[in-house]
Each structure stands twice: as C-alpha cells, then as structure tokens.
Design a binder for this molecule. Structure first.
Ligand code: SAM
Ligand code: SF4
Length: 460
C-alpha cells in the first residue's frame, strides 16, 4: 500500500499535542541532513508558535545552504495542447469548459514556441498537455518531444525536456523513455481518495489508483527521474504533505531511489471554474512557507519546484527555505510564447516577470541561476544522482556547472548591467566555495575563460 489513510490521519492527530522541546529536538536532528520520519514531519507541520516557526525556517535555510549552496535551476513550461477529455473541477482545460479556445500545437508551431524560449535564454523545458492527443495515440507526444529537441536557433537548443502528461501504461512509459526525457512529472492532485473522487468527475483521470501507481510503472519502464506533488487547496495541506512524503518514502524503499523532485502547486483562478476561485482548503503564505521548510528537512536531497503560480516576493522567500527549481516567464496556453499570446490558458499567472527580470532579482539576492543539464547528460540520474547528492556533492559538482550555464547566459543574452552583476556573483561564489589554486577552482577559471571566448555547453 502506498498511502495508508488511517495511519496518516492518526499520525497527524497525535502530532497535534507536541511540546516545544520535541520540536527543537527534531530540528536539531534535521541538521544532520538525514531527513525526517513521517511522525517528525507531522509534528513540524503542526507548529504554529511564531518563535518555533522561525526556528523551523532557520533550520530549513541551513539545510538548503549545506546541500544546494545558492544555486537555483530555471525552466519554462511549454503547453503543447489544452484539449482534454477529463473533468477536473479546478482546471480550465476540463472537457465541459466549452468557452475555452482549444488547440494542439503542430510541429511547426512547437518549433516557433521553442525558438521564442531559446531567444530568451531558456535551456530546460517542462512539456505539458491535456489528456487527449491528436490522432488518438501517444505518437503526438513522442513527436512533440522530438520537435522540441530538434529546434535550433542561433546555435542554441533545448538540452532537457521534462514531461507532465497523464499517466501511461508501462509499455507507453518505455516509449517515452526512448524519447530521451528528463523527469516524468505527475501530480496526484489530492492523496485523499474520497476527495479525489469528488473532484474528478469524468474521463480516465477518475481512477485514483491508476494515477497513484504511475510512478511505479514509470520506474519499472526505466525512467530514472520522477517528480510528484499535490495540488494544494483541494484538501488539508498537512495531510497532503504527509501523504507526499509517504509516497516518496515508498518509492525510495521499493526502488532504491525517491522522487527527483516534489512540486507544490497551489490552485490559481482558472477560467470557467468557480471552484478554483474559492478552493476549500487554500493555505496562507505562512503555511505555504512551512510546507517548503518541512519538505526541505524531510527529504533534503529531493528538489523542490515552485512555479509562477506564486508571487515574486513569496518565491524569493521560499528559495531561502529550500526551493531549488523555479519556472520563469511562463505561459500556460498553447502558443503562449509566440503564435497566440491570448487564448486558452490553464490558470492565471501571478509572477509575470521576464526571464531577464527574474535572473536580475536572483542575482540581487545572491542566488546562482542555473540552466544546467549536466547530470542528466552524463547519466548521473535516478539512484546515481542521489548517491552523488547524499554525500553533499551537489555543491561541488552542480555549483560550477550552474556558473558555466549562467556565464553562457550572460554572454549570449544579458544586458550590460546584468552582465556585470552576474559576473560579480560568479566571482564571489567561486571565492567563497572553492579554494584558490585547487583543482576545481582552476577548472572553473579555465572553463569561464573558454566561455568568454565562445565555447558553449561545458559541464563536468
Ligand atoms: N493533464 C495532465 C494531468 O492532469 O495530469 C497533465 C497536465 S495538467 C495541465 C498539469 C497540472 O496542472 C495538473 O496536474 C494540476 O495539478 C495543475 N492545475 C490544474 N488546474 C490548476 C489550477 N487552477 N491552478 C493551479 N494548477 C492547476
Ligand atoms: Fe485535463 Fe489535466 Fe486539466 Fe484535468 S488537470 S482537466 S486532466 S489538463
């Protein structure tokens, strides 16, 4: 059993009556970077005392800095189609929303969209689609991934395509793997079965268990990196986060590797969905930050993804607490970056800054923007990535790689003021983290010089 509802409810109930000393003890333990048990996570999720909350945030910041340093990975979602046969009450793409303009991008349109993203400086795409594909088979999905990888603009190309599409059977996952995807991402929406059944009214997505078992099938099919998450606002957030952790622990125990990422989308207003305007369990920004902090402590080596559903201010605060990947300059409709900037969006975006503006703000906050895809291309995925991450090597490997991709961005896309700021950040980060005269420092200096001289796509 992946989700034990009774156990989760019991654990949450028991955690309500905790002492301050217990919380402090759990936080001290979390600093060992070995994660938390479900019971410990449940206690932290129940913290409301302001002083203890601040302690929780400080601990999360410590763990984030120890493992990830200041790097933040950037990506853009690419919505290829908004056609869907499901009836999820919170989503604008649901079948009964007849006022929505529907479209599935053609290959030529995908080239156009990807070109627009390459022109901004993006290197990583999360491909997203409703559940209904032109031609009635998954060939459309496979062809679309190929179209993304094949697009070239000015010597630039997309280096990693992650995918968020409806769950597949194992043979289809095997085909998806052949398309050279990075992470397969799928949100359970709500882990609470009764609620799930009330909110998914029609179509294949009605089947809670088929969705819950998707990651098992994906991993068995050889997909190395999977991403999970709840859609926050559908049910009690404490339950959802505990269930997400139970799912993560189950995958780790069964396959020797936990999820590569956890996403924490919150419901945003969606056209034609009254439900989305008043989600029954919307959480406050403080609860949201608590969620980030608890996840950071509970699964320290799992990436946490935040989308442009959240405001710029909250995104900045959450990066301090443990978020490691963010989307930027997103559009959530087919054509949104190029051929149709108006119609057919899935929900309303909150952070509408351009990629350059997001990067500028990251640099101001001393975060190192990263477009790196090195691990995936060197085969450091799944368990191999975790084995590398666990001894704390993300900083040593990923940070230099992040700096190389950031330097590429500065050379190819940044205005002069950002270029100066960016190189200053690279220099100070190098000095703080890598010993002068040491092998890594020398390699960084050589690669940065090569990038300035026109070399691209350097990683180790
Ligand atoms: N159709 C596939 C599915 O549902 O799994 C994959 C793509 S779907 C467009 C991606 C995700 O968008 C869903 O899993 C859901 O969590 C999220 N989503 C749907 N409606 C939303 C809303 N109103 N606000 C924020 N996120 C939403
Ligand atoms: Fe379709 Fe996915 Fe939206 Fe549900 S969440 S209506 S399955 S696109």
């Amino acid at each position: 059993m992946i989700i034990d509802d009774e156990k989760l409810q019991r654990t949450l109930e028991k955690a309500k009556s905790h002492t301050d000393a217990e919380v402090t003890e759990i936080l001290t333990k979390a600093k060992e970077l070995k994660g938390l048990t479900l019971e410990q996570a449940a206690v932290l999720l129940n913290v409301t005392d302001e002083k203890l909350l601040q302690e929780l945030f400080h601990t999360a910041k410590y763990v984030k800095e120890e493992i990830y340093g200041n790097r933040i990975v950037l990506f853009a979602p690419l919505y290829i189609s908004n056609i869907c046969t499901n009836e999820c009450v919170y989503c604008a793409f649901r079948k009964s929303n007849t006022s929505l303009k529907r479209h599935a991008s053609t290959r030529a349109e995908i080239n156009q969209e990807v070109t627009a993203l390459l022109q901004q400086g993006h290197k990583r795409i999360l491909m997203v689609a409703g559940e209904a594909y032109p031609g009635g088979t998954l060939q459309y999905v496979y062809d679309s991934i190929k179209a993304i990888y094949d697009t070239r603009w000015n010597g630039q190309n997309i280096r990693r395509v992650n995918v968020n599409i409806a769950p597949l059977v194992q043979e289809e996952f095997e085909e998806l793997k052949k398309c050279n995807i990075g992470t397969y991402q799928l949100f359970q929406e709500t882990y609470h079965k009764e609620t799930y059944e009330k909110l998914h009214l029609e179509g294949a997505k009605k089947d809670y268990q088929f969705r819950l078992d998707a990651m098992d099938r994906a991993l068995k099919a050889g997909i190395n990196d999977v991403g999970i998450g709840p859609l926050l606002g559908l049910y009690d957030y404490k339950y959802e986060i505990l269930a997400t952790l139970e799912h993560a622990f189950y995958l780790d125990k069964t396959y020797g590797v936990g999820p590569h990422t956890i996403s924490i989308p919150r419901i945003e207003p969606a056209e034609g969905s009254d439900f989305s305007l008043h989600p029954p369990y919307q959480l406050t920004d403080t609860d949201f930050k608590k969620v980030v902090a608890v996840l950071r402590l509970a699964v320290p080596y799992t990436g946490i993804i935040l989308s442009t559903r959240e405001s710029a201010q909250l995104r900045t605060e959450c990066m301090e607490l443990g978020v490691s990947q963010i989307s930027a300059a997103s559009r959530v409709n087919p054509g949104g970056y190029s051929y149709d900037k108006e119609n057919g969006s899935q929900f309303t975006l909150t952070d509408e800054r351009t990629l350059a503006e997001v990067i500028d703000a990251l640099a101001d906050a001393k975060h190192m923007p990263s477009f790196c895809t090195g691990c995936y291309r060197l085969g450091r995925v799944g368990k191999d990535f975790m084995d590398l991450a666990k001894p704390g090597l993300i900083k040593k490997h990923c940070l230099p790689n992040a700096m190389f991709t950031f330097a590429e961005y500065l050379e190819d896309f940044a205005p002069a003021s950002l270029k100066a700021k960016g190189y200053a950040l690279i220099e100070s980060t190098t000095k703080e983290n890598f010993e002068e005269g040491g092998a890594i420092r020398k390699m960084i200096e050589t690669n940065l010089a090569n990038i300035k001289n026109g070399k691209r796509d350097l990683y180790f």
